[in-house]
Every structure is written in C-alpha cells, then in structure tokens.
Design a protein around this ligand. Structure first.
Ligand SMILES: O=C(O)CCC(=O)C(=O)O
Ligand SMILES: [Fe+2]
Length: 219
C-alpha cells in the first residue's frame, strides 16, 4: 500500500474536474461482472474520446512521478474509470477481479489497484475507501490530487457518502513485480539509492537493484 500526496497538480485536478462536468455518467451496476452488481451503487463516466483523453493525461502524470515509478513498475495499464459518488451512494465489500480486458482486447493481470482522489476531503462527508487488512481495517480519504495504491487482492469498500460528491479516478496495473514483498523491498532500496551520494556504495546498490530486477521482474 502506498499513498502519494500531490501526484496530480492542483491545476490538473481542476482541469480534470472541469472536463468531467461534460461527461456522460451511468449507474455503476450497468458496467460490472455479475459478481458485484449488488455492491455497486455509484456512477461512472461512459468511456468516450474525452474520457480516453483524460486517461492519457492521468497516466502521463503518474509516470512522471518518481515514487510511483519505483513502487508500481507498470508493464501494462488497464483502462481507468472516473466515478462519482453522490449522497447515499457507496460501493460494498468486494475484491477487484484479477484480470481485465484492455481497450485493444489484450488481457492484463491486475496486480495493483489505485484510487486518485479528485475532490477535497472537506467537500463531502463519508466516502472513505476502507481496506480490510489482516491486522485490521484501514480507512483512506486523501486530499484532491493524491493517489492511494494497494494490492488488488485486498477486500475493500467505499463507505456511503452522506453529503457532497466524491469524485475519483480508479485504475489497475500489471506490475513487473507481482510479489508484494519484492515490490516493497525494491521500492525501499530505490529510495535509498536515489538519496545516496555518488560513489562506490551507490554503484553497489544500483547493481543490487538491477540484479534483483533481473531475478524477479516480469517483462
Ligand atoms: O472509489 C474507490 O476508491 C474504489 C472503487 C472500487 O473499489 C472499484 O472501482 O473497484
Ligand atoms: Fe474495487
């Protein structure tokens, strides 16, 4: 699990929100596998050219972020969704499916799920993303422009919004590092490496990361 605050700049969040005003929303029940029809109670933007454009904009912003890159190691991207939760809307307990078909028909394995918050937390009540970890639930509500990334196999839900509107972008990634422990280790080593002075030790850590990636990484 990793939060990154401010991965989307405030002016870009505004731009995305402005473009979503023109989006064509439909009920989430119309667009899911049969398993979670009962759990889905929110609205999703229909995927048209404008939404595809927004997906590209978001993907570029994420890939420009160093922390995101050294954590997520995306090899394939699933299509992203833009969701809106109004009063009394929620998404009940579920696990995201482990595969998804891409726009071009290719199947991707979902290793990581993410939520990008597009509404300021003060602008709506409720609507927390709650993940059920073995050591207890984790409740997440981040400032607009932040991302929360988590392993796709975790049971999660979005609590009912009591007032206001919660706008998010959700997406899934096939990662070069499908194993969570390996991903966490590479992330921490990469942070160490990025903050080390140049020199022999720096080179050895770089060599270590590269060796581990060759041992563990999928192409
Ligand atoms: O809105 C969110 O934060 C997550 C929604 C979700 O769980 C999903 O779309 O699968
Ligand atoms: Fe989900």
């Amino acid at each position: 699990m990793l939060p990154i605050v401010g991965i989307i700049e405030p002016n870009e969040v505004q731009e995305i929100r402005a473009r979503l005003v023109a989006a064509n929303y439909h009920h989430g029940k119309l667009d899911t596998s049969w398993r979670f029809v009962d759990e889905k109670n929110h609205h999703q933007a229909r995927e048209d050219e404008a939404i595809l454009d927004l997906q590209r904009l978001v993907r570029e912003a994420l890939m420009a972020n160093f922390q995101f890159k050294i954590y997520a190691w995306p090899s394939k991207w699933a299509r992203m969704g833009f969701s809106r939760y109004g009063p009394d809307e929620h998404y009940g307990r579920h696990v995201d499916g482990w595969t998804q078909r891409n726009a071009d028909g290719e199947m991707i394995r979902r290793d990581l799920s993410f939520t990008i918050f597009l509404s300021e937390p003060e602008s709506y009540e409720g609507g927390e993303l709650v993940l059920e970890r073995l050591d207890g639930p984790v409740s997440i509500k981040l400032p607009a422009g932040s991302i929360f990334i988590y392993s796709t196999g975790v049971i999660h839900q979005v609590m009912p919004v009591r007032s206001g509107e919660r706008h998010v972008c959700v997406g899934w990634i096939e990662s070069r590092l499908r194993n969570e422990e390996q991903r966490n280790l590479i992330y921490e080593l990469s942070l160490v490496h990025a903050n080390m002075q140049k020199g022999e030790l720096n080179l050895l850590v770089d060599k270590g990361i590269s060796t581990l990636m060759r041992m563990w990484g999928d192409m």
